[in-house]
Design a protein around this ligand. Structure first.
Ligand code: ADP
Length: 518
């Protein structure tokens, strides 16, 4: 029956663990970019792990230990009370009371050691993961020993916290046994007196002894179950704290879908201001319009806020003031997912999944056919390279795509953005890691891909955005100059002209370089 119970309950426990773990995972994906930029991956995965294990434990303990134990205690005390008198019931209940109070108190005191232990374990996980992710950087600077020492420092903290947890456990067990032994001795002395008085038989003494021993089994469980349940609750609490974190950016109730196509996908920034942290304004009163189907370029020095414009458009962040419209609809008022479906982004740093190149390309549209995937790879000029690899499309790309070159990763990112097939395309320094020849070919491909779509191109190298319908030069969080390449070059003192000259080595002076700060 015991085994049958375990077999039946396993389904309930495993199912709830799965459901909760999935909910937490989904919730994490719904949290803001801000949360994910400051999260620590190692600690996060440990929290989910321990939290789900905790749920299993609490469920099992409650259903199979705590409730049956309470019933057993009530039964034993009633039998003792009815058969042998109030003093016997008093000792057994007193024993349970003191035992429970002691267990509760000491466990409460011990909890902090467990918390330290968890913290140290999380920290150790983070250090190890961060260090291993930065494997190449560690090697470049010969810092293996430094990394090992740092890791060891945290392990030392873990060691000391775990030592305290164990020694305090010994103290708890000692105290529990002492209380129980005292109660047992007391009840035996009482029974002996009753036998001498002739009120009880030797058989009664054996019964009293047997009943109290009967109690010791669930009591022993009660102590350890209480300890474990408390620990499990701490682990679960950490996990559920994550669940209570709310995302500041979400769709309003009953928000309409954003319906845009190549003819209606105009984009307007109206007096948009934004700061990541108070006091450091990145965009100031920024306004510009992109007519549907046009290609505009955003240029400017590093850190001028070009990528921030894209993040705001994708609603990773909310402007502090002003509004952004797509197809004349405020992006705050439309359903978030439909907004994000309408925009394809090739980010500055393309990171790939630890899977095959095919999976990574397919990710742009999981419903696309194999032919469509290959077509987009051809458009991004990566198909030829892939088929030359021994495993072709089945080649594993390594963690974060580390086995591919920067240029290859960028082309994968371009291919999947093409596959997503959205009316708005954004390229954030999409060709910065490519050699000139590949870049030239890809720009051709991009031109084809952007035909008829509204597109934003952020570029460092001005030669890549010469053909844009309009170029916005971003300076100090504002658009300082706009116009086509030719118009902007007409003013030799414009920032754009200076940038152009600097990049093409014409009339390039050190003063110009200083004033550009790029
Ligand atoms: P660009 O793309 O023009 O090089 P970004 O838009 O990436 O510049 O960044 C603009 C400024 O905002 C930079 O000074 C950068 O340090 C800061 N910044 C970017 N992301 C964050 C962030 N998540 N938190 C705080 N500051 C940020």
């Amino acid at each position: 029956m015991n085994e049958l119970r375990n077999a039946v309950f396993a389904k309930v426990a495993q199912h709830s663990i799965r459901k909760i773990a999935k909910n937490v995972f989904l919730h994490l994906h719904n949290l803001d970019l801000g949360f994910h930029l400051s999260r620590q991956t190692g600690a996060l995965s440990k929290t989910i792990d321990r939290g789900s294990r905790g749920i299993n434990f609490v469920l099992t303990a409650m259903v199979f230990n705590v409730v049956p134990t309470v019933i057993e205690l009530a039964l034993v005390s009633s039998i003792l009370g009815l058969k042998c008198g109030a003093a016997f019931a008093g000792i057994s209940l007193g024993c349970v009371g003191v035992y429970a109070a002691f267990t509760l108190g000491v466990t409460q005191w011990r909890t902090k050691f467990r918390i330290y232990m968890n913290q140290a374990e999380n920290e150790a996980g983070n250090k190890a993961i961060d260090s291993l992710i930065n494997y190449e950087t560690v090697k470049y600077f010969n810092n293996e020993k430094f990394e090992a020492d740092r890791y060891d420092g945290v392990l030392k903290k873990y060691e000391s916290a775990s030592l305290k947890t164990n020694t305090s456990l010994a103290l708890l067990n000692f105290g529990q046994n002492a209380i129980f032994s005292a109660a047992l001795s007391g009840i035996m002395v009482l029974a002996a007196h009753e036998i001498i008085k002739g009120n009880m038989t030797v058989g009664d003494l054996v019964m009293v002894n047997g009943l109290l021993f009967q109690l010791s089994v669930p009591l022993g469980f009660l102590g350890s179950v209480y300890r474990e349940v408390r620990q499990a609750l701490i682990d679960m609490q950490t996990m559920f704290t994550l669940m209570t974190m709310d995302s500041a950016i979400k769709s309003k109730a009953h928000a309409p879908y954003l319906h845009v196509d190549s003819k209606t996908s105009n984009i307007r920034f109206e007096n948009v201001s934004f700061e990541y942290a108070p006091g450091k304004e990145i965009l100031k009163d920024l306004s510009f319009t992109i007519p549907p189907g046009k290609k505009i370029a955003i240029v400017g020095g590093s850190g001028s806020g070009k990528s921030t414009v894209v993040r705001l458009l994708y609603r990773f962040y909310e402007p502090t003031s002003g509004r952004i419209l797509i197809g004349n609809q405020d992006i705050r008022d439309v359903e978030l997912e439909s907004l994000r479906r309408a925009i394809s982004i090739v980010p500055q740093d393309s990171v790939l999944f630890h899977d095959t190149i095919k999976h990574n390309l397919h990710y742009g549209d999981l419903c696309a056919t194999e032919e469509e995937v290959i077509n987009s790879a051809k458009m991004a000029e990566i198909h030829e390279s892939i088929v030359k690899w021994p495993q072709g499309y089945e080649t594993e790309v390594g963690e974060r795509g580390l086995k591919l070159s920067g240029g290859e990763k960028q082309r994968v990112a371009i291919a999947r953005a093409i596959l997503k097939n959205s009316p708005i395309l954004v390229f954030d320094e999409a060709t910065s890691s490519l050699d000139s020849l590949t870049e030239h070919n890809i720009l051709e491909a991009l031109r084809r891909a952007t035909q008829g779509r509204t597109s934003i191109c952020i570029a460092h190298r001005l030669s890549t955005v010469m053909d844009a319908d309009e170029i916005l030069v971003l300076e100090n969080g504002r658009v300082s100059e706009t116009g086509s390449h030719e118009i902007l070059l007409q003013n030799p003192n414009s920032l754009y002209s200076k940038l152009w000259k600097a990049q093409n080595h014409q009339g390039f002076t050190s003063e110009a370089k200083k004033s550009l700060k790029v």
